[in-house]
Ligand binder design. Structure first.
Ligand code: NAP
Length: 274
């Protein structure tokens, strides 16, 4: 059965520390992991090695939510997980099979298109990729499909024209764009779970505005942003490399007042108007 995560540990940019950090995240209590078969930014095989350690320590595959991605050649470096000259459907299949091997699993929970091949619209290549992803879904090898780095126009098009609808969207979240409100609204209306990344790094100006709330509830600005994100329907991704931050980012069972949520929701737009 597909589980919808509330918080995800992201495994990008960790290189040789990937296995150890994923193991630390598991020890801290994280069970939902995001990766990609894109060696340029991820070491997917090390995520699999960490999971295999966790299984030896008594955890089971079903306790985890594993999400990975197919990345077009333009987003890769020379370490490709597929034949560059193959058609896109073949690339997807090769990338997916190699992901299963890396992750030492027979299925994933979510398979994402890392991003459409162009900034606007969806072209023949995108559809060829999505159709192969649909086949993978129909074969029961992934429990859901999704798309990342997508704008509202592309998401609507995909949703309308696809046979298997996206169940997840994963986007960078800018406070100045109302935390991607247009895409989030469409997701909310269509049972798509919205995952947000760069919640802290794309919005550094928000952190100092949270001092008062931070003092009131004795939580850090980073925790407040993640908690706020969950309130407005965003599944936060954290890729922290510090144990202390791992502990903080998962300790989100505190309450924000409606006025505080409202303030954070609008803080970026007000920043733009200044
Ligand atoms: N689909 C895509 O194209 C795409 C693109 C980017 C990212 N992602 C996914 O999203 C994941 C997260 O990436 P991200 O861009 O959001 O950035 P990130 O790698 O999570 O980095 C967040 C920054 O915030 C800091 N941080 C985290 N928790 C903190 C806390 N409690 N207090 C203070 N600082 C804290 C981290 O520093 P410390 O390490 O020092 O804690 C780090 O500098 C990635 O690993 C990847 O899985 C996907």
């Amino acid at each position: 059965m597909l589980k919808i995560p509330h918080l995800i540990y992201g495994t990008a940019w960790k290189e040789e520390a990937t296995e150890e950090l994923v193991l630390s995240a598991i020890k801290t209590g994280y069970r939902n992991f995001d990766t990609a078969n894109q060696r340029r930014h991820y070491v997917e095989v090390a995520v699999g090695d960490a999971l295999s350690q966790a299984y030896k320590n008594g955890l089971e595959r079903e306790e985890f939510f594993l999400q990975t991605k197919y990345t077009f050649p333009a987003g890769q470096d020379e370490r490709l997980p597929y034949d560059l000259n193959a058609d896109y459907n073949v690339q997807v299949r090769q990338s997916f099979e190699s992901s299963l091997e890396h992750l030492q699993t027979t299925f994933v929970d979510s398979y994402l298109l890392h991003g459409p091949s162009q900034r606007s619209g969806l072209n023949e290549s995108d559809w060829m990729v999505w159709t192969e992803m649909e086949s993978i879904f129909k074969e029961g090898l992934t429990r859901s499909l999704g798309i990342s780095n997508v704008n509202i126009e592309q998401l609507k098009l995909l949703y309308e024209k696809s046979e298997i609808k996206p169940r997840f969207v994963q986007n960078r979240c800018f406070a100045q764009m109302g935390w991607d409100w247009e895409v989030r609204k469409f997701c909310r209306e269509n049972q798509i779970s919205y995952q947000g990344f760069s919640l802290l790094t794309a919005n550094p100006f928000v952190l100092p505005t949270l001092r008062e709330i931070s003092q009131r509830i004795n939580k850090t600005p980073a925790q407040i942003i993640f908690r706020f994100a969950i309130y407005i329907g965003i599944v936060p991704l954290t890729g922290t490399t510090k144990i202390l931050h791992m502990e903080e980012d998962i300790a989100l069972d505190f309450v924000l007042e409606n006025s505080e949520i409202d303030f954070i929701e609008k803080v970026g737009i007000q920043f733009l108007q200044k």
